[in-house]
Design a protein around this ligand. Structure first.
Ligand code: HEM
Length: 476
């Protein structure tokens, strides 16, 4: 990679201090101001290439998608996924390709059968819950997380959990813990400082306990589904995967090379994890921004009243008639992409970006957050302005410039599901309720906290039925 710009580092430690920053996406953007949209960071013998604008991200992940389809292998990822048989963290191997295709087709199949009705039911349950608060200020992040978890549980296992079911609460907590422990610095350090692996590590112990619980739950579901499986009646993602096992793997999976049942186990676990915190986090961010922008809430409400014309509840086909709600969703995904640095990629062969050589095995980080805040592409990039998607010279180009779900071989597998959930939940909630701060000065923090996810800091909100507002409006 001769000539690739490289911010100065320290002797031996290289750019460790850059990589250890909490606000990595923002820090990477600042480095891009000095060194250009693509640069290399070095740590020990590891090279990490960071991509900071839409052109270089598209060139790598779309145009040369197979060159950038790998994942860097790590000690800790191996530890939690039967030696790296992971869907989201697994490398670009023949077995991974089968795993991804199977996960994709299983999800598609369930989506065709029952998805919209399932999500609308979830949205109505959530409305019921919000009504029950009677205007008392609440933190609704947990409600969003529970309800999106219920939907993916239903798709994955065909199980309709009740919110208060202890088993559901346990697995929901297990997933939240896994996501937050995985992002902790002492886990990150284990991958780069092998000496630490022989020392006691309380965070790693907790992570392994949580992983054990996750695996016991997935295994139990798999075994139960195998017992009750009927080929004529494929009810959910797990059934679909068992069908694949029976059809293709009846004779011991030899025809599938390294692919085995642990790949199926991990695919289910990953869909379950991916389906819980991400969508919920986007919904929480939307409410936080809308509390700051009551005029945007009123505009969405007016649009919903016009499109629905009376008592009917929103369906997914209404999205064609709700441009401002769609623009609001695009703006939230732009401003606060929940996976701001995607998941690190790794080059599968010697390749290049912008004419710079990138050797095989290099870790590549697409800074999606940086691309969404590029002032050359987005005027007043830090401001919440849904109109930008409606008034852009080329609205489709504006859409293409947002990459919250990434792109290419590793594009988010749950994008279709997430988009439908976000739209239907918001349409139902914003049609029935207005979201207000508990007091005029208690407004949500809009900066959030960076980790592997970009999380909204906790806030309280007063949820008021539109029917209780004068003229149904927040603003006159
Ligand atoms: C707002 C919601 C969501 C956002 C913004 C989001 C974003 C992302 C991003 C940025 C990636 C990494 C892509 C890359 O490495 O280039 C990803 C991967 C992934 N997502 Fe999502 N996601 C969301 C919801 C979901 C849902 C609902 C599911 C499950 C049903 C899901 C399952 C996955 C999986 C399995 C991967 C790994 C794909 C692979 O490595 O091949 N995501 N997502």
């Amino acid at each position: 990679d001769r000539g690739l710009p490289s911010p100065p580092g320290l002797p031996l430690l290289g750019n460790l201090l850059d990589l250890a920053r909490k606000d990595l996406p923002v820090h990477f953007m600042k480095l891009a101001h000095c060194h250009g949209p693509i640069y290399r960071l070095r740590f020990g013998t590891h090279d990490i290439v960071v991509l900071n604008n839409i052109e270089v991200i598209r060139e790598a992940l779309m145009k040369k998608w197979s060159d950038f389809a790998g994942r860097p292998q790590s000690y800790t990822a191996d530890l939690i996924s039967f030696g790296g048989k992971d869907l989201s963290l697994g490398d670009y191997t023949a077995a991974w390709k089968i795993q991804r295709r199977l996960a994709h087709s299983s999800l598609q199949r369930c989506q065709r059968i029952s998805l919209e009705a399932l999500i609308i039911q979830g949205a109505q349950d959530l409305c019921q819950e919000f009504r029950s608060y009677g205007g008392t200020p609440v933190d609704l992040a947990e409600d969003f997380s529970m309800h999106t978890c219920k939907i993916i549980a239903s798709l994955a296992f065909g199980t309709t959990f009740e919110k208060h079911d202890p088993k559901f609460q346990e697995i929901h907590k297990c997933i939240s813990d896994l996501v937050s422990l995985w992002g902790s610095p002492s886990i990150f350090a284990l991958d780069f400082f092998p000496l630490l692996r022989s020392l006691p590590n309380a965070v790693l112990d907790r992570l392994l306990t949580v992983v054990k619980r996750r695996d016991a739950f997935v295994k139990e579901q798999l075994e139960e589904h195998k017992r009750t499986f009927q080929a004529q009646e494929i009810r959910d993602i797990t059934d679909n995967m068992i069908l694949f096992l029976k059809e293709r793997g009846g004779e011991g999976l030899q025809s599938l090379g390294d692919f085995d049942e642990q790949h199926i186990h991990m695919a289910i676990a990953d869909l379950f994890i991916g389906g819980t915190e991400t969508t919920a986090s986007t919904l929480t961010w939307t409410v936080a921004f809308l509390i700051h922008h009551p005029q945007a809430q009123d505009r969405i409400y007016s649009e919903l009243c016009d499109a629905l014309g009376g008592g009917r509840r929103p369906t997914y086909s209404d999205r064609e008639h709700l441009p401002y709600l769609n623009a609001t969703i695009s703006e939230i995904l732009r401003l606060r992409p929940v996976a701001p640095l995607a998941v690190p990629h790794c080059t599968t062969r010697d390749t290049s970006i912008s004419g710079y050589l990138i050797p095989k095995g290099t870790t590549v980080i697409p800074n999606l957050y940086g691309a969404h805040h590029d002032e050359k592409v987005w005027t007043c990039h830090a401001l919440f302005q849904p109109e930008r998607f409606l008034e852009a010279e080329d609205p489709q180009e504006a859409q293409r410039n947002t990459l919250a779900f990434s792109t290419g071989a590793r594009v988010c597998l749950g994008e279709g599901l997430a988009r439908m959930e976000i739209f239907l939940f918001l349409a139902h909630l914003l049609w029935e309720f207005a979201f207000l701060p508990p007091t005029p000065t208690e407004l949500p923090d809009l900066d959030g906290s960076f980790g592997i996810n970009l999380r909204c800091n906790p806030f309280r909100v007063k949820i008021v039925p539109r029917t209780e507002l004068a003229g149904g409006r927040l603003q006159t």
